[in-house]
Design a protein around this ligand. Sequence first.
Ligand code: KPL
Length: 480
Amino acid sequence: MAKQGRRAPEQDESQIPERDPTEPGRNPAAFYRAQNVINRRIHVLGMGNVGKFMAHSLRGILPDPPPVTLIFHKREHLTEWETSLKRLHVTTDGDTEYRDGFDVELSYPSIRYMGKEIENLHRPPTWDGQSDDPIDSLIVCTKATHVLQALSPIKHRLHPESVILFLQNGMGTVEAVNREIFPDPATRPHYMLGINSHGLRASKDSFTTIHSGFGTIALGILPHERVREPAPYAPTPKYAPTKDNVPVRPKNPANPAPDTPEATSASFKWSSNHRYLLRTLLRTPVLGATAFSPPDLLQMQLEKLVVNCIVNPLTVILDARNGSILYNYSMSRVMRLLLSEISLVIRSLPELQHIPNVEQRFDPGRLETIVVGIANNTKENISSMLADVRAGRMTEIDYINGWIVQKGEELGIKCFMNYMLLHLVEGKGRMIQMEMGEGIPFVDGPRGGGELILNDMVAMEGDRPEISKEASDGNNDGKS
Ligand SMILES: CC(C)(CO)C(=O)C(=O)O
């Protein structure tokens, strides 16, 4: 069953002899023993395609892969794993490669309702496969909509020196985690962010993922408040001083008199777990991982957000593949209206005010070129949002167009188009859930060949809810 995560023993630094490692006759083993011990174990939360792909890739580091713990959130999945060969498979161009040696745990997600965590009366006080051991390195691979539910039950295992890598679509996950899970910066773990562009599809087998398109993972460290004040990213010194020694303030026509706080130093301390997780991911060949500075990663995240703000909801409205928004005059009109709002919000973000060329990079015309290019490259794909809506799952729209609307509100920019699109998508999703059975007494069971509708309170990555009818407030009880 679950192997307990191991924590490196605390070192008493006064006991470590201060000796020059290059000293002649120095015993190298003694030298390395005197260094801080890093716990190499990496926990992976979220066993969807991204989670399986990450865990499989990490176990492929040769000759000495790190120990990897898979955190399952459903008893049935754990039982299925225990009765299987205990391997993860990734299929690329028809070739399947398996990796083994994983440890497993079970952690029931918390239940959230109307933005608040509620007590899960159906969760047993202790259960088989549960672990309370500290987690030093965690990769969160759930959808943005499930991060809070999944992190909450393991938050006591994360300590101020832990590092969490977030690999979600959209923006706003970290803010939500800070608000709801780790409100105190003094005890908050360190964070890393990643942008995944690998194409991954589900297979019929629960422990197989199809790697349908090679991509990259852009990684970056998020400076912690404990080691750096939260403030916009500083310009590098070459941009800062003028010949009169007055700092250069980039002019932003979108926000002519920006009430922008002073930039702070862009340098920050790396924790040893940061360094370990980043290095490990960078030497995992199939991931194609690259590290970026925080301001570069933020701009890359925003570019990806723009693509998701257009392609995902419009394909939901059209109920068609990504290519459907191309070569269509009316869709181009809609796209341009949306992009004008999105561009204005992004160009007005205080955290970008000290970065040069933001105006050009997020100009509506340039954004349109990026969106059209990606829609064309992925023209045969079903967007992740359309797949969610069709399956009756909750979408990530709140973290995509919802984030633009929210930031617009904070900046005094009304984003009517994005607000309307957000509600069209939510409305369509709701309609499909109703058609699939929620709240409608179907005689022959829910539509879609017995497919279950998912309850937003507890559903994780396409899984069935585990709570009973009473706990789900009279909604679908998750039983077919
Ligand atoms: C780029 C795009 C739109 C590809 O389908 C995507 O990221 C998604 O579907 O979420």
